[in-house]
Design a protein around this ligand. Structure first.
Ligand SMILES: N[C@@H](CCC(=O)N[C@@H](CS)C(=O)NCC(=O)O)C(=O)O
Length: 215
C-alpha cells in the first residue's frame, strides 16, 4: 500500500492528499508530530532514497520525494496522464510544459505568503502586500483560467494545488472572496467532498499553526 509521510499539518502534503483521494488510491499516512524526533532520528536515516525529505511517498520499493514530483509519479502510476497536462494516452502535449510552469508559479505564491506572514510587519502591511504582490499573480491565473473550469482546461493536479493555495490565503485574508466559483467546483468533486468531511482532514486545520505567523 502507498504510504505518504509528512508532518501532521496540511503544508506541502495537502494537494497530494487531495490527489490521492481523487484517484481513490489505497494509501495510509505516516504523520510526524511535534519535535520531529521520529523523522530526524529514525525515518529520515532509514528511508531508502538518497534524498530523504517530507513529504515522501513509498510505493513498494519505490520512494519518491519532492512535492512537485510525487504527483507526477501518481498520475503515471494510475495512468491518469491528463492530471499532469499530458494527452490521455500519456503522449506529449504542450500543456505538460504549462503544467510545470504554473506549478512553480503557484508554489512561489504559496511560499511567498508563508515567508511574508512570518515577518512582524505583515500585520500592518498585509493589504498593501496583497495589492502590490500577490494580486499580480492572481490576475495572471485569472487570465489563464478565462472561461474554463480548470487551469489547464481539464482537471489537473494544478487545480488541487491552487485550491490549497486559495485556502491558505483565506487563512490570512478571511474576507478574500476571489475564485469562489473555483473553490466550490473543487469542493464539489465527489471524492474531494467526502474527504473534506472526514475527521482526518479536519485535523489538519491551519488554526493549529496560528502562533507561527503575524496577522
Ligand atoms: N523541495 C522540497 C522541500 C521539502 C521541505 O522543505 N520539507 C519540510 C516540510 S515543508 C521538512 O520539514 N522537511 C524535512 C527535512 O528537512 O528533513 C519539496 O518541495 O518537497
Amino acid at each position: 500500500m502507498i504510504v505518504l509521510g509528512y508532518w501532521n499539518v496540511r503544508g506541502y502534503a495537502q494537494p497530494i492528499r487531495l490527489l490521492l483521494e481523487y484517484l481513490q488510491a489505497e494509501y495510509k499516512e505516516k504523520l510526524y508530530h511535534d519535535n520531529g524526533e521520529e523523522w530526524f532520528n529514525i525515518d529520515k536515516k532509514e528511508l531508502k532514497t538518497n534524498f530523504p525529505n517530507l513529504p515522501y511517498l513509498i510505493d513498494g520499493d519505490v520512494v519518491v520525494t519532492e512535492s512537485k514530483v510525487i504527483p507526477i509519479y501518481l498520475a503515471k502510476k494510475f495512468k491518469k496522464y491528463e492530471l499532469i497536462g499530458q494527452n490521455s494516452d500519456g503522449s506529449f502535449n504542450l500543456n505538460e510544459i504549462t503544467f510545470l510552469q504554473i506549478l512553480e508559479i503557484l508554489k512561489e505564491l504559496r511560499d511567498s505568503l508563508w515567508a511574508s506572514a512570518r515577518v512582524p510587519s505583515f500585520k500592518q502591511e498585509k493589504d498593501q502586500i496583497f495589492k502590490e504582490k500577490f494580486n499580480i499573480t492572481f490576475e495572471k491565473i485569472k487570465k489563464q483560467l478565462g472561461e474554463n473550469s480548470y487551469i489547464l482546461g481539464n482537471l489537473s493536479f494544478l487545480d488541487f494545488y491552487f485550491y490549497e493555495v486559495l485556502k491558505f490565503f483565506q487563512f490570512f485574508y478571511p474576507n478574500l472572496s476571489i475564485f469562489t466559483d473555483f473553490i466550490n467546483r473543487i469542493e464539489n468533486i465527489p471524492q474531494i467532498k467526502s474527504y473534506l468531511e472526514t475527521r482526518e482532514n479536519k485535523n489538519f486545520l491551519l488554526d493549529r499553526m496560528k502562533s507561527q505567523f503575524y496577522f
